[in-house]
Write a protein that binds this ligand. Structure first.
Ligand SMILES: Nc1ncnc2c1ncn2[C@@H]1O[C@H](COP(=O)(O)OP(=O)(O)OP(=O)(O)O)[C@@H](O)[C@H]1O
Length: 297
């Protein structure tokens, strides 16, 4: 089968507010991000940062409150429910957090994959256009026979089957929420190798949420979300701050811990780079009495 072409994901000032009883929660506060077709990107960030909300928006499972979200050039924020269902059935694969949420334990490997293909077939995809169980098992490195029951697989095998189900309709964008959590290191590496192989052989764009630094180090590009905004980007394990459209720069978490909100920083050119110098309270540089009340260590 020829290589699939991944789709690009572009967000522009994406905002999402959950309206709950009594108060609103801003889960995404202006995310602008470009993921090229076929790119493999890890989404990092502390709990509550907005990672799952961003993944759900990319899966067309929730409608963002504001901003644009383009998949393959189409702004999906404005699509109606039928169009969003069709988009998922034709182009988007999902692996939910917890392998057992993606598979039915009493069904076999092949039955689970065929079940995962039902939506695409109902949406009019030709059976010939969909990969068969053996091809998918080979792609993700699942060594179990097609007739083996899912609930007899070991944790790595179950996660590989979950991945195969997410790929069962040959999506052009794979969204995976913590696909290696709860796995021991060896099983984690098996699943990471499978994801790299899917990306290499199918050209499928992958967006993966993780908390695990070892997983992040294995992904070519990472994006760190903090408080619903892009806080940093990583390349091959090295982290960089990102200048946002409004001129803000997210500080690395350890620097932020020493310089809480309200800290005054002097920005000085230094050769080809810049130096950030905290202004100490009570010094002439800190200004009047207001400045001495800043939360500066
Ligand atoms: N359905 C919802 N209703 C109300 N608030 C929500 C809902 N889902 C998420 N939130 C809130 O939105 C914010 C972002 O949540 P989100 O689940 O996207 O974060 P996350 O980075 O994926 O966290 P985690 O790593 O813990 O899964 C949090 O403050 C969360 O409490």
């Amino acid at each position: 089968m020829s290589a699939a072409v991944g789709i690009g994901v572009v967000t522009h000032e994406l905002v999402h507010v959950f309206h709950t009883e009594g108060h609103d929660v801003a889960a995404l506060s202006g995310i602008s991000l470009t993921i090229r077709p076929g790119e493999y990107v890890g989404l990092l960030g502390p709990s509550g940062a907005g990672k799952s909300t961003l993944l759900s928006a990319c899966a067309a499972l929730l409608r963002p409150s504001a901003g644009r979200l383009l998949l393959d050039g189409t702004n999906i924020v404005t699509l109606d429910d039928t169009e969003r269902d069709e988009l998922r059935a034709s182009r988007i694969g999902m692996v939910l957090q917890g392998a057992d949420r993606n598979v039915v334990g009493y069904l076999s490997v092949a039955e689970n994959i065929r079940l995962a293909q039902r939506g695409a077939l109902a949406a009019g995809r030709s059976p010939a256009a969909l990969p068969d169980a053996a091809e998918l098992a080979d792609l993700v490195g699942l060594r179990a026979a097609p007739e083996v029951r899912a609930d007899t697989l070991d944790p790595a095998g179950l996660q590989l089957l979950a991945l195969a189900c997410g790929l069962a309709h040959r999506p052009r964008l794979l969204l995976a929420d913590e696909p290696t959590s709860r796995l021991p290191a060896q099983a984690r590496d098996v699943v990471l190798a499978a994801l790299s192989e899917v990306n290499r052989r199918w050209g499928c764009t992958i967006l993966l949420v993780t908390h695990d630094p070892a997983v992040a180090a294995a992904i070519p590009r990472t994006v760190t979300i903090r408080d619903g905004r892009i806080g940093a980007e990583g390349r091959r394990g090295e982290e960089y701050s990102v200048v946002t459209a409004d001129g803000s720069v997210g500080l690395p978490a350890d620097v932020l811990a020493d310089h809480p909100p309200g800290t005054l920083l002097r920005v000085e050119r230094s050769g080809r780079g810049f130096r950030l110098d905290p202004v100490r309270p009570g010094t002439p540089d800190a200004g009047g009495s207001d400045a001495s009340e800043q939360a500066i260590p």
